[in-house]
Design a protein around this ligand. Structure first.
Ligand SMILES: Cc1ncc(COP(=O)(O)O)c(C=O)c1O
Length: 427
């Protein structure tokens, strides 16, 4: 469909044909779901050995009885698991409860209300603290800012990570900028791995930004590659050490998409000073995290080799689902003007950009044909995609056959919405 060269008659003919295809699909009364970036039941099964792994021995290696209170920053062996996951020294790790999103929320709340470096460092001392959000991005990051009343400024994502010219220009021109959200490996949703150059530039932001500026480096997909040749991520920890900016970066990760998504272990990696700031806040919230679960995870994933081996089993389940999505996109949209996408080498999503003004209509058409997609706009702050273009596809939960079926619907909806939009534009 070469929409831009088409005559009105040609467009009307396509519209009629696609309408028939669409009606045939609606008649099938499908019920498929591509919305949720969560592991399938088969993936969860991979970690069922966690149950009972302690065989009644609740002692950690330092003698701690994990059943009892205490241990605000985590067991030594759980810190090593975090270190294996994030490639940072274990002494820089804090081990939390089951959710890294909770840790990110608590850390941003601490930075905002109490200060990570004493009361005078609290962001709320500034009239309008702002956080930079690369878009499209992870909706829950935006919700954290929205809930805390922190203004968000968007910058575009590129194939190498956030547009760093834009990020640096903002930080240089606006001293109220206090944060930057990043998903550096297999970004949610674009799947991009930040290039070495981007990591280096982010590590240097601490030299030009306000003292209380923090990068929220959410490495949710640190080891979640679909193939062994997927690009690695340069260590931002090492880069900040080289540039003397250790305090400017806070790293997060969890085992949510490694073991049991709702019953995993979350980690934060940060400088001693930042860890102290967060611990002061945490000590008012809890007497300690679930150390029994930390110990179970440390036994289940005793070193980085075990971790990577385990992740290969996830990749074997995920890879064919991603292949089915990409095959449908390539067969139908390669070398067309109907949409563009990145080919992710890991993570949980494929991000598809439609022609401007089509995303909402495609999601609506797909829903009426029984295929649920993430609401258009969800990948932007306040749910507002200014160009109405981005759609996030999450293929991990449905079976391969279901992914193939859902993509057939998606393809027809993209074509139909695009043709109708072109017709409307011609008046
Ligand atoms: C980028 C990103 N960060 C964090 C999370 C949630 O992590 P957790 O389960 O550790 O709270 C997700 C889940 O989809 C995610 O995509």
């Amino acid at each position: 469909l070469q929409l831009d060269q088409a005559t009105p008659d040609q467009l009307r003919e396509w519209d009629n044909q696609l309408q028939q295809d669409y009606e045939a699909i609606v008649a099938k009364k499908l019920s498929l779901d591509l919305t949720r970036g969560k592991p399938s039941a088969d993936q969860l099964d991979l970690s069922d050995a966690l149950d009972g792994i302690l065989k009644g021995n609740y002692r950690a290696e330092d003698g701690t009885d994990t059943r009892n209170y205490g241990g605000l920053d985590g067991l030594p062996e759980a810190k090593r698991l975090g270190a294996d996951l994030m490639c940072v020294p274990a002494e820089n790790i804090l081990v939390g409860g089951n959710s890294s999103l909770t840790l990110m929320h608590q850390t941003m709340l601490t930075a905002y209300s109490f200060g990570l470096n004493g009361a005078e460092s609290a962001w709320e001392n500034t009239i309008e603290p702002k956080v930079i959000c690369p878009v499209p991005g992870y909706d829950r990051h935006f919700t954290v800012c929205e809930q805390l009343g922190i203004s968000m400024i968007t910058v575009p994502m590129t194939a190498e990570g956030p547009d760093m010219d834009a990020v640096e220009a903002l930080i240089e021109s606006d001293s109220s900028i206090r944060g930057l959200w990043c998903v550096p490996r297999f970004s949610n949703p674009t799947g991009v791995v930040y290039s070495d150059k981007t990591v280096e530039r982010i590590a240097k932001l601490g030299q030009i930004a306000h003292r209380d500026f923090r990068v929220f480096w959410d490495n949710a997909y640190a080891v979640h590659h679909l193939d062994a040749q997927a690009p690695e991520l340069t260590s931002i920890f090492a880069a900040t050490r080289r540039h003397g900016t250790e305090d400017s970066v806070l790293q997060f990760a969890s085992t949510s998409k490694i073991t049991h998504a709702g019953a995993g272990v979350a980690f934060m990696a940060a400088s001693t000073s930042n860890l102290a700031g967060l611990k002061q806040y945490l000590s008012a919230c809890t007497i300690g995290p679930d150390k029994v679960n930390q110990l179970r995870h440390a036994h289940f994933l005793p070193n980085r080799e075990a971790l990577l081996e385990h992740m290969q089993k996830h990749a074997a389940l995920l890879q064919p689902r991603f292949a089915a999505v990409l095959k449908a996109l390539e067969e139908n949209f390669a070398d067309t003007c109907l949409g563009s996408w990145e080919t992710p080498r890991g993570g949980y999503f494929v991000s598809f950009d439609t022609r401007p003004g089509c995303a909402r209509e495609i999601v609506r058409l797909a829903a009426e044909a029984g295929v649920k997609l993430t609401p258009a706009g969800a990948t932007f702050p306040y749910g507002e995609d200014p160009e109405d273009r981005n759609i996030r596809i999450a293929p991990s939960v449905p079976s391969i056959e279901e992914v193939v079926g859902a993509m057939e619907v998606f393809v027809v909806c993209v074509k139909l919405a695009s043709v109708r939009r072109a017709l409307a534009a011609q008046g």
